[in-house]
Ligand binder design. Structure first.
Ligand code: CA
Length: 434
């Protein structure tokens, strides 16, 4: 049992004061809202974003691009105009600290599951957030670098089957690879996983501690998507468009790991039948929209983060095309477009480093219905996108006053937005309207 002394007492009982969200007009530079410092005794404290007024419809992003010679393929593909949330809301700390958490999911009874990546710990967190217990029986993980225990997702039929799904860097002879396992979660007494079964193994095994993807998304059609990455090193990158390899792919499987018969490469000789789409770099953010279509927020190279609408059998181009460059400044792509290769719906240069994607469909924030939310790591922001007609028409950077890396964002059962920060003293934050 682990207790969270920082949160204890502050939660639920703290009388939140109301801060007004700055309105976009009129411009009153001498009335800049005071920024709430994120350090010190800020746990449980309420803050609101401070993006400030922007009456001339400029983009949020004003920094120079890393690759100015690459131009967007269509208007609005990057640097959409700034939008400003009008709904006043509070940010409260629900639980923590966690050590490098990666994902959170909700049990039907209000308790939470949180993964801590490096040590490969799965925590069962009390509904009031004040204590947590480590779940026994988690598979061994390769916890180096970007590896470890990553996503956790409850079975859509958890109430009857008690199954949870985990993604993790699986240590193997000769290296590692992303694996997805499922197990029954027993939550009485000492919580534990039993009947653990590995349902997917990314192939081939490679000795890399980066870019294995790891997000799990269940579709209402009974399948589940697992996002993968190119393993970062050149040996992996060159396989990102090769159907014989899982690297750089989104895969689609059944809950027991079997391959759906209608997968695009299910009957292609030499191809990995789990593949749904190819040509991705490293996908950590994935979510379904109101039409059950899969969208991904993709970690790009320097200047090349992407939002993609993922459709069966398509090629998203990495590393052939893109808008970024190596972090050394060396070029990667000769061009940004080629026949048969999909354009991103949106891209960021400079990058935001998308850690997770959530598409909001709750009732608590009517203003945000249908909006895309991205947990930004290097950008240290919760990024909101307004998407209309499969185009991004507005962008906002929220919670920038927290000045912290954001790892996961998800919608709670009651329509609140939950946000996991990153790092060794990370917190679970909750956004609710005032
Ligand atoms: Ca791409």
């Amino acid at each position: 049992m682990r207790f969270f002394p920082l949160v204890a007492g502050a939660l639920m009982t703290l009388p939140f004061s109301c801060h007004k969200q700055p309105k976009p007009d009129p411009v009153q530079p001498d009335q800049e809202p005071q920024i709430v410092e994120p350090d010190g005794n800020s746990e449980g404290e309420e803050t609101v974003p401070r993006v400030g007024p922007n009456p001339e419809a400029q983009p949020v992003e004003t920094a120079p691009p890393n690759v100015p010679e690459f131009k967007p393929a269509f208007e609005g593909q990057t640097r959409a105009q700034a939008v400003h949330t009008q709904t006043e809301f509070r940010v409260s700390t629900v639980a923590g600290p966690f050590q490098y958490p990666w994902a959170v999911d909700f049990l039907p009874d209000g308790r939470l599951l949180v993964t801590e990546k490096y040590e490969g710990r799965l925590l069962l967190v009390a509904a009031d957030g004040k204590s947590s217990t480590e779940v026994k029986g988690v598979p061994r993980v390769d916890g180096r670098d970007q590896g470890g225990l990553l996503d956790v997702a409850l079975s859509p039929t958890f109430k009857t089957d008690k199954l949870v799904y985990l993604s993790y860097y699986e240590p193997r002879d000769g290296g590692n690879g992303l694996a997805v396992a499922r197990a029954q979660l027993g939550t009485g007494g000492v919580p534990a996983l039993t009947m653990l079964q590995v349902i997917f193994r990314m192939q081939p095994t490679l000795d890399s501690t980066k870019h294995a993807g790891g997000r799990i998304v269940f579709s209402p059609d009974g399948t589940l998507f697992v996002t993968l990455g190119d393993r970062s090193i050149l040996e992996g990158r060159v396989q990102a468009r090769d159907p014989a390899s899982h690297f750089g792919k989104v895969v689609r499987i059944l809950p027991d790991g079997k391959v759906p018969k209608d997968n695009p490469f299910a009957s292609t000789k030499g191809a990995r039948p789990e593949i749904w789409t190819i040509g991705h770099r490293n996908v950590l953010g994935a979510a379904l929209d109101s039409k059950d279509r899969l969208w991904v927020a993709e970690m790009g190279p320097q200047g090349g983060d992407e939002l993609n609408l993922v459709e069966r059998g398509k090629d998203y181009g990495w590393p052939m095309i893109g808008y970024g460059e190596e972090y050394s400044g060396e070029p990667i792509h000769k061009t940004t477009a080629a026949p048969g290769l999909e354009q991103p719906v949106y891209y960021w240069d400079p990058v935001i480093s998308p850690g997770a994607l959530m598409i909001y469909n709750g009732d608590l924030f009517p203003e945000w219905k249908g909006n895309f939310f991205i947990a930004g790591l290097s950008s240290q922001a919760l990024i909101r996108l307004v998407v209309e007609g499969d185009r991004v028409v507005g962008e906002e950077r929220l919670l920038t006053d927290h000045r912290t890396r954001m790892r996961d964002v998800t919608q709670g059962p009651e329509g609140a937005i939950y946000l996991l920060t990153d790092g060794k003293e990370a917190k679970l934050l909750k956004l609710t309207p005032l």
